[in-house]
Design a protein around this ligand. Structure first.
Ligand SMILES: NC(=O)c1ccc[n+]([C@@H]2O[C@H](COP(=O)([O-])OP(=O)(O)OC[C@H]3O[C@@H](n4cnc5c(N)ncnc54)[C@H](O)[C@@H]3O)[C@@H](O)[C@H]2O)c1
Ligand SMILES: [Zn+2]
Length: 691
């Protein structure tokens, strides 16, 4: 396969097919100029043009070519350098010790290789001790403290020379202007990452949007763009954070003997140090940490693009030393990229349970966030227009955690002349009813309602049976599709009229599975009021609102009888939601549906309205870990919340109780360390006063 040099395509070269050295040279030259161009956009302008994964792919290809053809390796190659040139508008700072990058690892083999090489160099007989931490997705900074006072802050720049951003850094509240210690070292250069929390990023972009200013592509670029301002007053308006993770020059104090000791020392000096870190042994310890953080990644308040492993003992670090642009004693283990580039082959529309029409991009298959993605949501018509996504465009697709993939932006330089704009259809593709869009609503809707529109019917049923609603296992999309298409059922109440014979007649439905569905239906009849309200699919009533309604009113009849004014008394319910609930509950068809569901035997424990209920766990914070003998995690959380308690994701000093089941992991250890009271399920029941 001939490499597609100048079309902007960036697939890895098929090495066997390009024997001639002059092609290699051309490819390498092209890669260098592409990488330089993208680095400039990324490091200097804080405005990347391609996703990181795409950049990394080009980078790795160049590394491979340079390994095969060392004569093509020049000292100005992007593979030999760190970052980008400092902006000339800033005063320059020469780093007394260079600020380096990190080598990347992408899989277990890379990690095994890293560990093996370290053991070889160190001639280690036993497992090496590593200090593991997060790879923050921000920008590196060097903070120079003299006699404990912050005197200079500099960006990494090209590693040798950075930008003087002292005035800006002084506005970052997370960074102490003076170290919290009586006898501070003469000189201490703290190195770490400046970053922006996801919530602050969202707020900043909302402000930018309101002010008709350019939005930032991601928190990293927002952090970099906010710090590298010529006017510190702008930096001061942005909430930036900081974590320390390294050291440059140190004078007048003993260097801590290990990385972990360094971080502990930093913490004692009042410098922010991230708590998500461990000291582990050997390659397996590294992989366990990677996996644990991978599970937590989405819940962290900031973006990380991987984890970092450092040989813990300082003397071993010194033995391992450095390669050209990175230390040999450390490696960054990257997570699968959350952003990738692909082509929009078409834009279709999907009809949701409330009739909402969602434009969906049909994509050339792309591996992103650990899975292959072929569709990505474009949210609504306004979004498509605002982002100006057209059919034929090359776009950046983002899939973070298990969030639905979305199209972030298109790449202007790759728009073909044949690109076509998306047009919202006039009629529902499923039921042909007119599509209407009310004034001041972003969403266009099929006007068919669930009576005319099978898509809405299916959507409503799928919502009804979903895990957080009635939790009817085994009733998936395929089954609901068939039940609706074959007119076996119309409403959720019909589900409870299903018999074995009707179910067994469906495609791919063995008697055993049919029986399982019936059992699940039967089991679902005992539910909670909150789940039931949520399952009804009232517009604007999500899980949290359903819970509020249930605990406020205590019984369904009280909800049914509530006026809009009474609904407004519920915490977090505003006029739009109150109105939507009232409209839904006033519709005779919904009243009938609810009556039928109750008649079918759907039931829940009712209780007194909120003001009369005891709240034994008021103001207590719980953390759940491990598997409990009888309660699922959701059920335990529900019990705690109903009793007034809060459930948090991680253990801290503020945690009142940790409820631990079997195979409880690091949270249990943390609780023991902090002396937090640990309960088993029985202990929880005791607190709840339930036997
Ligand atoms: N999209 C683009 O156009 C584009 C262009 C250039 C670079 N990039 C991205 O930047 C990356 C290369 O940048 P890089 O050289 O800054 O390397 P890097 O981001 O891969 O790794 C080095 C950096 O990691 C940071 N870091 C975070 N947590 C750390 C920790 N706990 N310990 C030590 N360091 C930590 C430091 O800032 C350090 O300088 C590429 O992999 C690419 O994804 C993207
Ligand atoms: Zn329709």
């Amino acid at each position: 396969m001939q490499p597609d040099f100048f079309s902007g395509r960036t697939e890895a070269v098929d090495t066997s097919a390009i024997p001639e050295a002059k092609n290699w040279a051309a490819r390498a030259a092209w890669l260098k100029s592409e990488l330089n161009r993208h680095s400039h956009a990324y490091y200097v302008l804080d405005n990347p043009t391609i996703p990181d994964a795409e950049y990394d792919r080009l980078f790795r290809e160049l590394v491979e070519i340079e390994q095969l053809h060392p004569d093509l390796l020049t000292s100005d190659s992007p593979t030999q350098r760190v970052g980008g040139k400092p902006l000339p508008q800033f005063e320059q700072v020469r780093h007394s010790m260079p600020m380096l990058s990190l080598n990347n690892a992408f899989d277990e083999t890379d990690i095994a290789g890293f560990d093996r090489r370290a053991r070889e160099v160190l001639q280690a007989a036993a497992d090496i001790e590593y200090s593991t931490e997060l790879k923050f997705d921000g920008l590196a900074i060097s903070l120079r403290y003299e006699e404990g006072v912050l005197v200079q802050a500099a960006t990494r720049g090209d590693g040798t020379t950075g930008e003087n951003v002292t005035a800006n850094v002084r506005t970052v509240r997370a960074i102490p202007l003076r170290l919290h210690v009586q006898h501070a070292p003469k000189v201490l250069e703290v190195r770490g990452e400046i970053l922006m929390y996801k919530s602050d990023f969202a707020k900043l972009n909302a402000r930018q949007r309101d002010a008709d200013q350019k939005e930032f592509a991601n928190p990293r670029n927002a952090a970099a763009g906010s710090l590298r301002q010529l006017d510190p007053r702008i930096t001061a308006q942005r909430t930036l954070r900081f974590f320390a993770y390294g050291i440059g020059v140190l004078e007048g104090a003993e260097m801590p003997p290990s990385h972990e000791a360094l971080l502990e020392w930093y913490a004692s000096l009042g410098l922010p140090v991230c708590q998500e870190r461990l000291v582990v042994k050997g390659a397996q310890g590294l992989l366990d940490f990677y996996q644990g953080i991978g599970e937590k990644r989405k819940a962290l308040p900031y973006d990380i693009d991987g984890v970092v492993y450092k040989v813990n003992r300082l003397e071993l670090q010194q033995k391992l030393g450095f390669v050209s642009r990175a230390p040999r004693f450390a490696v960054a283990h990257k997570f699968p990229a959350e952003e990738a580039m692909t082509v929009v082959q078409g834009i279709a529309v999907q009809v949701g349970r409330t009739g909402a029409i969602t434009p969906v991009a049909r994509l050339a298959p792309i591996f992103v966030g650990g899975v292959t993605v072929t569709n990505a949501t474009l949210h609504n018509e306004d979004e498509v227009n605002r982002k100006d996504i057209q059919i034929g465009d090359t776009v950046i697709v983002r899939r973070a955690g298990d969030v639905i993939p979305e199209v972030v932006a298109y790449v202007p330089e790759l728009r073909p002349a044949t690109a076509r704009k998306f047009l919202m259809p006039d009629a529902c593709p499923i039921c042909d009813s007119p599509i209407v869009r009310l004034e001041d609503e972003a969403i266009a809707r099929c006007s068919g309602g669930w009576i005319k529109c099978p898509a809405q019917r299916k959507g409503g049923l799928l919502h009804f049976v979903s895990r957080r609603a009635m939790d009817i296992e085994g009733l998936g999309e395929q089954l609901v599709d068939q039940l609706v298409d074959k007119h076996v059922i119309t409403t959720a109440a019909d589900l409870y009229k299903l018999g074995l014979s009707a179910l067994s007649e469906l495609d791919r439905m063995a008697t055993k599975s049919a029986q399982n569905v019936l059992n699940a239906l039967e089991k679902s009849k005992s539910t909670t009021l909150a789940r039931f309200i949520y399952a009804l699919g009232i517009r604007h009533v999500g899980e949290a609102t359903a819970k509020e309604l249930a605990s406020h009113f205590g019984s369904l009849d009280a909800v049914l009888d509530a006026s809009e004014e009474q609904l407004l008394e519920v915490a977090d319910i505003g006029p739009v939601v109150a109105h939507s609930i009232r409209v839904f509950l006033s519709d005779p068809m919904n009243v009938e549906l609810i009556a039928q569901l109750r008649a079918a035997g759907v039931n829940w424990p009712e209780s007194a309205p909120v003001e009369n209920q005891p709240k034994p766990l008021q103001d207590k914070t719980f953390v759940l870990t491990g598997t409990l003998p009888t309660l699922t995690r959701d059920a335990a959380a529900e019990l705690i919340e109903t009793a007034g308690g809060k459930v948090a994701g991680s253990v801290s000093k503020k945690t009142s109780y940790v409820v631990a089941g079997e195979e409880a992991g690091s949270k249990l250890a943390k609780a023991q360390e902090l002396g937090v009271t640990i309960l088993d399920e029985a202990g929880l029941f005791q607190l709840l006063d339930r036997k």
